[in-house]
Design a protein. Structure first.
Ligand code: FAD
Lengths: 81, 395
């Protein structure tokens, strides 16, 4: 899952820096994730994983790191099955 | 100026103190507006009434007022002089960032105590040459070496920059940081120099003296807020700005409506038994004013509820509502004042009658461009690609 997230970040050019230089827990906002890009990235994630983020997950924290995104996505995917 | 020092118990209620200041502000509002000068008398009165640090928590010597109470103070002042009220609101917005984010940092805690003792006036330098009002991006960067910082900014708008005791400056966190990876620094008088780059001969809000400056500063690295600016913006600054601006604009609109009502009543007295022609429009404009008031109050209630959870404060749904508060109140305010002028007619259009609303009209036009509504709406439109509006009436 984390690899797919990383691939999406790179493909969609979500941040200006090379995603391979970031650890799973690195702060994406510090890496230059803007408010606009974070929404576009959420949409890309929803599309790629066929999920919809509920309102309660739409906070800065959910998208703060690759680890955090992984956690939220896993929660949504488990809920589904 | 030597300030009378009083214990909190000796102070009258904040609203009562503000009404005394408002009287002074009203007396000078026409001159402040005409000359485009700093409202010195009213700001001195605010300091003398010890109204500058009311939001600072009691543990640092302040009165610990919440945003609703401060919004009420802005509205009272807004009915007297739009520029003075906007200066006060912008100062309190800076104070709210210190209250929300400075308590755990010894330097900022000490600064809050100083604010209470000295009744400092705080200014803001977010706008930057090449960036404009895009709050969440900076070109300039703070540089830290051996525990000291240096920071230079092409600050194209700093309201009352020349009259402030300290300025809160946004910048990139470090010279190699991304433009959205920002910090905020408190620079105190003595830490900085300002070289004027642009003037402030404007349509309205003339007394805010929002000139442009080249700011050069240095100081103790501890003056940099420990949190990233993104957090400060999301959790305190955006909401405080939109709520307190809305409160000022509501005050301006309310005074314009009061003048329109006085005009209609005067007409009614002259022709007993008949309802003057402006009365219908007055009914309409009062409904609009009530609507605007509801928006501001709902905004504060929403903010105070969100304060209980940091997650809620940084949620997208909350950001959408706070953005909308600014767009709605700025538009409503302008409609209301325009309406008041239709009611008062030539008497309102003239600058020298008791029914004049020219200053109100010019001041309120700043609302739509004070961070352009188009910029805010385009930001909201992006958020609404994922967030849904909360349709419950009771949360
Ligand atoms: C009374 C007053 C006091 C102020 N005091 C201060 C202060 O103390 N400190 C400070 O730092 N700043 C201050 N400002 C400046 C303020 O913060 C904004 O920088 C300023 O209002 C410019 O707004 P803007 O960036 O949206 O417009 P600009 O960046 O100047 O953009 C110009 C125009 O372009 C359009 N536009 C820009 N971006 C977008 C977008 N994304 N989508 C759609 N359209 C767009 C809009 O039509 C906008 O009006 C003050 C402004 C006013 C009116």
């Amino acid at each position: 899952m984390r690899d797919r997230i990383r691939k999406l970040i790179a493909e969609r050019k979500v941040i200006a820096v090379d995603v391979d230089s970031l650890s799973d827990s690195a702060d994406l906002y510090e890496a230059g994730l803007s408010s606009f890009a974070s929404i576009q990235f959420m949409l890309a994630l929803e599309d790629a994983f066929d999920v919809e983020f509920p309102e309660r997950m739409l906070t800065r924290k959910t998208f703060a790191s690759i680890e955090a995104i992984d956690r939220s996505l896993s929660e949504l995917l488990t809920e589904r099955v | 100026m030597a300030l009378p020092s009083r214990t909190i118990e000796e102070l009258r209620a904040p609203a009562e103190r503000m009404r005394a200041v408002a009287e002074i502000a009203a007396r000078h509002s026409a001159d402040v507006d005409r000359e485009g000068r700093f409202p010195r008398e009213a700001i001195d009165a605010l300091k003398a009434e010890r109204l500058m640090a009311v939001m600072i928590p009691t543990r640092f010597g302040g009165e610990g007022l919440g945003l609703l109470e401060v919004a009420e103070l802005c509205t009272i002042l807004g009915q007297a002089c739009g520029s003075t009220a906007m200066v006060y609101a912008m100062h309190q917005i800076k104070a709210s960032s210190l209250v929300s984010h400075g308590g755990e940092s010894p330097w900022h805690a000490g600064f809050m105590r100083e604010m209470v003792a000295e009744q400092y006036l705080l200014a803001s330098a977010t706008t930057e040459g090449g960036i404009g009002g895009d709050l969440r991006n900076s070109l300039c960067a703070v540089e830290v070496k051996d525990g000291r910082f240096t920071l230079e900014k092409d600050a194209t708008v700093i309201s009352y920059g020349l009259y402030a005791d300290a300025i809160l400056v946004t910048c990139r966190r470090a010279p190699d940081a991304q433009s959205s990876d920002q910090s905020m620094v408190v620079v105190k008088q003595g830490d900085y120099s300002l070289a004027k780059t642009t003037g402030w001969d404007t349509l309205g809000m003339r007394g805010t003296c929002s000139e442009g400056f080249r700011l050069v500063s240095s100081g103790d690295a501890a003056q940099i807020f420990p949190q990233p600016f993104s957090e400060i913006a999301a959790q305190s600054m955006l909401s405080a700005s939109h709520i307190l601006w809305g409160a000022v604009w509501f005050g301006i609109a309310a005074d314009a409506v009061a003048r329109a009502q006085a005009y209609v009543r005067a007409a009614a007295r002259k022709q007993p038994g008949s309802v003057p022609p402006g009365a219908l429009r007055l009914a309409e404009v009062v409904a609009m004013l009530q609507d605007m008031k509801a928006s501001v109050v709902a905004g504060v209630v929403r903010y105070e509820a969100a304060l209980k959870s940091p997650d809620e404060l940084s949620s997208i749904g909350f950001a959408v509502e706070m953005n909308n508060l600014k767009v709605t109140t700025s538009q409503r305010g302008a409609q209301i004042v325009t309406h008041a002028m239709l009611i008062t007619g030539l008497s309102g259009y003239k600058n020298d009658t008791p029914f004049s609303v020219g200053r109100h009209l010019r001041d309120i036009t700043s609302a739509a461009i004070m961070i352009s509504n188009d910029r805010i709406l385009s930001n909201t439109s992006n958020l609404l690609l994922v967030s849904r509006f909360d349709t419950s009436l009771v949360n």
